[in-house]
Design a protein around this ligand. Structure first.
Ligand code: PGA
Length: 259
């Protein structure tokens, strides 16, 4: 059975040390008492070290929101896997908000290099994939999502793929309040993420990879997503900035136990 993984994507919020620590101090004890799931907070780079230190005595993990694929060098404003490795265990890669901004560092090929660099530094990548509204309406979800998965995992061995986390985030559901239906998300994950992984790497690997749903997850809808057999957690944006995020995680773990 796959261990659920709930990741809080703070995006460009709570990036000042005082505000980040105030929030972390409010949620860390109740959140650390919730067993049965990986709980990951992904703050901005500016407070990664402070948040990591505040969470060090707890079972809560820290993640970054992006990284560069090179180890070091003339890459102004960038951060490498080796730099993150001492601070956190997870890193979000290929978030649609970054892919949408475009550029050479968010192509499937670049994300593939980032995944490899993250794994080489013992970071667990949370690889984001998902279709936009036009693709969904045109029936293109499967081709697009399975293509993104193949692109991100290109050239990896089965042992490298197994520990990866994939976040299925339909772009039309992010920050809109219009989440996918749990059944639709479950179907896309089964057909467009797990089935192609099974085909390339074998059924054992496909069953080991943890797949999150993301996009307008709330304390009210999380249980319905977690009740789905293919959904192993969530990547939560807006709702992760509220103190009742702890309730969201608690409900997620309860619902995953009942499936
Ligand atoms: P949201 O964002 O929960 O605010 O929709 C999710 C994400 O972008 O990871």
């Amino acid at each position: 059975m796959r261990r659920p993984v709930l990741a809080a994507n703070w995006k460009m919020n709570l990036g000042r040390t005082d505000e980040a620590l105030e929030f972390v101090r409010r949620i860390r004890y109740p959140l650390s008492e919730i067993e049965g799931a990986d709980r990951v907070l992904c703050p901005p780079f500016t407070v990664l070290a402070a948040v990591a230190e505040a969470l060090a005595p707890t079972s809560i993990a820290v993640g970054a929101q992006n990284m560069h694929y090179e180890g070091k060098g003339a890459h102004t404003g960038e951060v490498s896997a080796a730099m993150l490795a001492g601070l956190c265990r997870f890193v979000i890669l290929g978030h649609s908000e970054r892919r949408a901004a475009g550029g050479a560092f968010e192509t499937d090929a670049a994300i593939n290099r980032k995944v490899k660099a993250a794994l080489a530094s013992d970071l667990t990548p949370i690889v984001c994939v998902g279709e936009n509204l036009a693709q969904m309406e045109a029936g293109g979800t499967h081709a697009w999502v399975s293509g993104q998965v193949a692109g991100a995992l290109e050239g990896l061995s089965a042992t490298q793929v197994a520990p990866c986390v994939i976040a299925y985030e339909p772009i039309w559901a992010i920050g809109t309040g219009k989440a996918a239906t749990p059944a639709d998300a479950n179907r896309v994950i089964a057909l467009s993420i797990r089935a192609p992984i099974a085909e390339h790497y074998g059924e054992d690997v496909a069953q080991a990879v943890r797949v999150q749903y993301g996009g307008s997850v709330t304390v009210d809808n999380i249980a319905d997503f977690m009740a789905m057999p293919e959904i192993d957690g969530a990547l939560v944006g807006g709702a992760s900035l509220k103190p009742d995020y702890v309730d969201l995680v608690r409900r997620a773990v309860e619902a995953s136990g009942s499936r």
